[in-house]
Write a protein that binds this ligand. Structure first.
Ligand code: AMP
Ligand code: GLY
Length: 419
């Protein structure tokens, strides 16, 4: 029998997923829908079906006799692609529509965590200005406001003074008088994420990765989807990670099961290490982008086998490399995240492990920018400092005019200097 995998999505994360399946001994064909023009690796087949066209994706999977579908981005998951595929006997790795609310609905998540006594920020859900102002009076500043629902990272505001918080609330409720808002106490500390591959009876935790969400060097500028990442994060104590797994991640998986909405798929737990121990900031229901681009190359086991074992209710044996640090820098179109410029040349960066492409378009044999984040350039070395040097030497040599940060991995590089 031919083994065929379908990867759903069009970003650099999906490019990395597709390449990881290409490495699998068990996989004969790797399909991507819709993919992008940079996905030209030998053996990759692209199909022009949009990632929110669920019937179209099902039809594609059936027509191509797909054996396993893996979804990269949240939108199809929140729309219910997993329920649709399962109802049609198509094997798919991801959460059901109800379970995907862990990312899609901040109020669903808060309710779950508070009912099951899982450590997280104190929070109130409000839907009018007067109640919001009352919560502000109770919590004080700094304070965190989260619009309910999927907001692609733009729905969260950390506000540092009561005055600015009042301005924020007045603006929100002037636009929409019954806006549903989750208001949270501000958590101070070190932030990290845990990626867990969750099956019905098994779970595999990936090496920790650190993202850099701000647009510019020194963590300045607006928030973005992520401008670069590295993994593993050696300066983070193994005990702290283990504590976060046993006090946050495992109880959350158990809570979803106990509530009759079991979670399968990739669980991305955003953790804040506070002075009172680790607490959950948020969940996502898919790999991070660009974190996936530095985590997946570390997998020494077979991704197809790993996911199908998890779907079959087994606990897989998995190996990740530990000798090297993988570091990825995102190239973005100037103007990202507000108004990315289209039609600029995208370089073919040489002498790196990998370039995972995202918002690109092929015009007369040249890749051009066609979106915000354009590519992730990944290299590895025994130290973060060396991996950082490798990536930046390669990007500089390409003489690109695209925007990128020059300090990805700085915390790891600083930690190495202290030893
Ligand atoms: P989220 O979309 O929930 O991950 O929020 C985006 C970012 O806002 C997080 O990565 C944190 O840096 C910050 N953030 C969210 N919630 C809190 C909180 N309760 N306290 C402090 N920072 C937060
Ligand atoms: N890099 C953060 C995210 O994927 O949400």
């Amino acid at each position: 029998m031919t083994t065929t995998v379908l990867v759903v999505g069009s970003g650099a994360r999906e490019h990395a997923l597709a390449k990881t399946f290409l490495r699998s001994q068990q996989v004969d064909r790797v399909l991507v829908a819709p993919g992008n023009d940079g996905m030209t690796d030998a053996g990759l087949e692209r199909f022009d079906v949009a990632l929110n066209d669920l019937p179209g994706l099902l039809a594609l999977a059936q027509a191509q006799s797909v054996t396993l579908t893996m979804v990269g981005s949240e939108e199809p998951l929140v729309l219910g692609i997993v329920d649709l595929f399962r109802a049609n006997q198509q094997q798919i790795f991801g959460p059901s529509k109800v379970a995907a609310q862990l990312e899609g609905s901040k109020s669903f998540t808060k309710d779950l965590l508070l009912r099951h006594n899982i450590p997280t920020a104190q929070a109130r859900v409000v839907d009018n200005l007067a109640d919001a102002q009352a919560v502000l009076a109770e919590f004080g500043a700094p304070i965190v406001f989260k619009l309910d629902g999927l907001a692609l990272g733009k729905g969260v505001s950390v506000v540092h003074t009561v005055e600015k918080a009042n301005t924020y609330l007045n603006n929100i409720y002037a636009k929409s008088a019954d806006e549903k808002l989750v208001i949270e106490e501000f958590l101070d500390g070190v932030e990290f994420s845990i990626f867990s591959l969750v099956g019905e009876n098994g779970v595999v935790h990936a090496p920790i990765a650190q993202d850099h969400k701000r647009l510019n060097d020194n963590d300045e500028g607006p928030n973005t989807g992520g401008m670069g990442a590295y993994s593993p994060v050696r300066w983070l104590d193994d005990d702290v990670v283990q504590q976060a797994i046993t006090t946050l991640v495992e109880p959350s998986i158990a809570a979803m099961k106990a509530d009759g909405t079991p979670f399968t798929g990739i669980l991305y737990t955003g953790v804040m290490l506070t002075s009172k121990g680790p607490k959950i900031i948020e969940f996502n229901v898919r790999f991070g982008d660009p974190e996936a681009q530095v985590v997946l190359p570390q997998l020494e086991s077979d991704l197809y086998e790993l996911l199908t074992d998890l779907l079959a209710g087994q606990q897989p044996q998995v190996n990740w490399q530990t000798q090297n640090v993988y570091l990825g820098v995102v190239l973005a179109a100037p103007g990202y995240p507000v108004a990315p410029e289209k039609g600029l040349a995208v370089p073919n960066v040489k002498n790196v492990d990998m370039i995972d492409y995202a918002g690109v378009k092929l015009v007369e044999e040249q890749l051009m920018t066609n979106g915000g984040r354009v590519a992730t350039v990944v290299s590895h070395a025994e130290t973060a400092s060396q991996a950082q040097e490798n990536v930046y030497a390669a990007i500089r040599a390409s003489q690109t005019a695209l925007h990128y940060r020059h300090d990805i991995g700085y915390q790891a590089v600083n930690a190495e200097k202290e030893i």
